[in-house]
Design a protein around this ligand. Structure first.
Ligand code: NAD
Length: 696
């Protein structure tokens, strides 16, 4: 089947592109479009439409690393814009980046209801490079163009219509509506309306407007260049004719592609698409999942149930008492209700989803479930008892999963006969929001069971990463050194604000101490208390958490933790600082001052070091999986590429030197315990290799 077909209807040429799955503008599509241009000769008008689920979803990001393609895009889009008869883009689905840019080069735009538009390039560290920064401001003005290009958020068809880059929303069949629109244009004597020939409304792009966007971008995208570059490109649309503006845009985008920011963001983009590919599992077949059962209607159980219901998979939740069950179901209802109130979910959709969730006190009601997920209290004996029960009740072939964060899943599996069906599915809180899913393979988990988990993550809309069994799996294991140092630094005299600001300025979504306040300081205290044997006997270890907790500070839950809270606003609290000082004094922690650079290095180098141990031990399949865990689950900045990618960016020799330096600074014996460089770090530095070059 050819990618493009051109038909005629009443003298109007209809160009239909069909490049499944999402009509990416690949080299073949560009070539086919170029080839179709001569066939348009003599047409009275042209309609450009795509078959399948969406209009062009965007440019081919796979071509990023190859030679620049901007000039080719530019020539093609200019040729479309230059056509002598009206060209109508008929759009549906998700129209992003290059997909929207081709539509801007058409003369008129009609969209099916429900179409969404976005220019997400800045999230990849670049800017629109196929005319978007030059044509969009000509159509909608500088301010609105900047909202789209710098904001990078999707907008629905109605908003696009209001902004002015969509002319009409189709009623009924999109193809027929586009043809009607073309006929109407012809009847009205309308010719081509070329975006490139328009000029930007100067009132929309004053220096004050540009400055406001620069300042907002500097705040919202701390440390990043692409949003500022995008503002620069849009500004050029005001002063340069189209051709010059396009050449300037190409120059800027090519420079943006060479930055660490873009390399990091593109690395994560591809890394996320790689995680489901597990070596050795190629021939394993996933088992179908048509129904699910969850044991425990608490915070996690409820959130996981929402994921299944959202995917249209019926799910039964079990708990020990009617009261616990009702509480859990009420929390699920409240989550949906708040989405309805915020206009994110239609009341009918809520009713449909709630209808898929059933509560029960009798496990027998789950005997037909294809997958069970246990999410009860974090207690080994309890979990073993539940798995023994599931062994009796679950149907043969059911996947038996646990959501444990810290327990040894190999040991949980000893409770039952069918060990090969047991797996960890580690969701993150809130489970219905956080994209990461650590899929934990025990030594006995069957390949089909791993495959089932990987495939199940698609309808659940999760990014799965495979981990082996170890304490903390990939993410929390790497968190240990990160959090340890942040807490130690406040004991050494830095304020919580100073530590969090250094991390946030570097790019973390939220400083780690503020994260503890949000999660509840009691959570960390209880993990450390019940797993004391897993940690070194350092008397200062996590003592900041303990000191605050013992003084009754639980975090946001009771409005005081590392900070004081007014609503969600973090406010520095001298009382918290005093508690930390007193604890430091009692422990004899020497007081000193810290630069932002030291704070970032001390928090990140142990994280990178532990990531290398995780690779060396075979806990993670590949370095980029570790990056995905941290970007999808822990607010690590995507544009830094994840901790492993960042290790290569700073240089492993620098990481190794830092590990030694900070170890010496802390002194014996814990300098040696906490700061021991991993074997793989030493090896890679000795061989002058990067993590990116390493394979098992
Ligand atoms: P929770 O205390 O909110 O809920 C636990 C629920 O399990 C309660 O409703 C309780 O009544 C129920 N329960 C206890 N024994 C039961 C039994 N025998 N049968 C059925 N139900 C029973 O706990 P949570 O925060 O949802 O955590 C659940 C699991 O998820 C734990 O293993 C935890 O480590 C893990 N986890 C928690 C988080 C988090 O941030 N909360 C994140 C990842 C993983």
């Amino acid at each position: 089947m050819s990618i493009i077909t051109v038909t005629r209807d009443d003298g109007i040429a209809v160009v239909t592109v069909d490049n499944p799955p999402v009509n990416t503008i690949t080299a073949a599509v560009r070539e086919a479009l170029r080839g179709a241009l001569p066939q348009l000769e003599g047409a009275r008008a042209v309609v450009l439409v795509c078959a399948g689920s969406t209009f062009f979803s965007g440019a081919d990001i796979g071509e990023f690393s190859g030679p620049p393609k901007e000039e080719e895009y530019r020539a093609l889009f200019n040729a479309i814009e230059a056509l002598p008869v009206p060209v109508v883009a008929a759009m549906h689905g998700t129209v992003m980046g290059g997909g929207l840019e081709i539509a801007l080069a058409c003369h008129y735009r009609i969209a099916a209801p429900g179409t969404r538009f976005a220019m997400p390039e800045v999230t990849l560290g670049i800017i629109p490079g196929a005319g978007g920064t030059q044509r969009m401001p000509r159509l909608v003005g500088v301010e609105r163009a900047l909202e789209l290009i710098v904001g990078a958020a999707p907008v629905p068809a109605e908003k696009a219509l209001e902004m002015g880059f969509v002319d009409r929303i189709a009623q009924g069949d999109l193809g027929a509506a586009a043809l009607d629109y073309a006929r109407e244009l012809l009847a009205g004597g309308k010719g081509p309306r070329r975006t490139g020939e328009m000029s930007v409304d100067p009132a929309t792009g004053t220096e004050a407007v540009l400055e406001r966007f620069r300042q907002e971008a500097a705040k919202r995208y701390r440390g990043r260049q692409a949003p500022l570059t995008a503002i620069e490109a849009v500004r050029a649309a005001m002063t340069m004719p189209l051709e010059r503006g396009l050449a300037y845009e190409t120059d800027l985008v090519n420079r943006a592609k060479a930055t660490d920011e873009s390399r990091g963001a593109v690395h994560v983009f591809f890394a996320e698409r790689e995680t489901r590919r597990v070596p050795g599992l190629e021939s394993a077949q996933a088992r179908p999942v048509k129904s699910a059962a969850i044991v425990g209607a608490g915070t996690m159980g409820g959130g996981i149930a929402i994921c299944f219901a959202n995917a249209g998979i019926p799910v039964t939740i079990f708990d020990t008492s009617r009261e616990a069950l009702d509480r859990g179901l009420a929390a699920v209802d409240a989550t949906y209700q708040s989405q309805v109130q915020r206009g994110r979910l239609a009341p009918e959709a809520k009713a449909k989803r709630i209808g898929l969730i059933t509560g029960s006190l009798d496990y027998a009601d789950g005997k037909d479930a294809d997958v069970w997920i246990e999410a009860v209290f974090e207690n080994m004996d309890l979990k073993k008892r539940i798995f023994a029960e599931l062994d009796r009740i679950a149907k043969p072939g059911a996947v038996l999963a646990t959501n444990t964060s810290t327990l040894d899943i190999d040991e949980i599996a000893t409770a039952i006969g069918r060990k090969s069906d047991v797996i960890g599915l580690h969701f993150f809180s809130p489970a219905n929001v956080m994209p990461l899913l650590e899929v934990v393979r025990t030594r006995d988990t069957a390949p089909e069971v791993v495959r089932t988990a990987m495939e199940l993550s698609r309808p659940l809309r999760k990014t799965p990463v495979l981990s082996g069994v170890c304490y903390g799996f990939i993410g929390n294991r790497m968190m240990e050194g990160y959090a340890r140092e942040a807490e130690r630094i406040v004991l050494e005299g830095a304020t919580p604000r100073q530590v969090d600001s250094a991390l946030e300025k570097w790019g973390m979504a939220m400083g780690i101490l503020a994260v503890f306040d949000m999660a509840g300081i009691g959570v960390g205290v209880s993990v450390h208390t019940s797993n004391a044997d897993k940690y070194p006997p350092d008397p200062t270890y996590y003592q900041a958490d303990f000191a605050l907790y013992e003084a009754g500070r639980q975090g946001q839950k009771n409005g005081k933790g590392y900070y004081r809270y007014e609503g969600r606003n973090r406010i520095d609290d001298p009382e918290a600082i005093e508690i930390l000082r007193a604890r430091a004094k009692a422990l004899g922690v020497p007081q000193r001052s810290h630069t932002d650079e030291e704070i970032v290095e001390r928090c990140l180098f142990p994280m990178i070091n532990e990531g290398l141990r995780i690779l060396d031990e075979g806990i993670a399949v590949r370095a980029s999986d570790v990056d995905v865990v941290w970007c999808a689950g822990y607010g690590f900045p995507r544009w830094r590429g994840g901790p492993m990618f960042y290790g290569d960016t700073v240089g492993l020799d620098k990481v190794l030197a830092g590990m030694r330096k900070y170890g010496e600074q802390l002194g014996e014996p814990f300098g040696r315990v906490h700061w021991a460089p991993s074997k793989l770090l030493e090896q890679l530095v000795a061989q002058e290799r990067k993590i990116a070059d390493w394979t098992r």
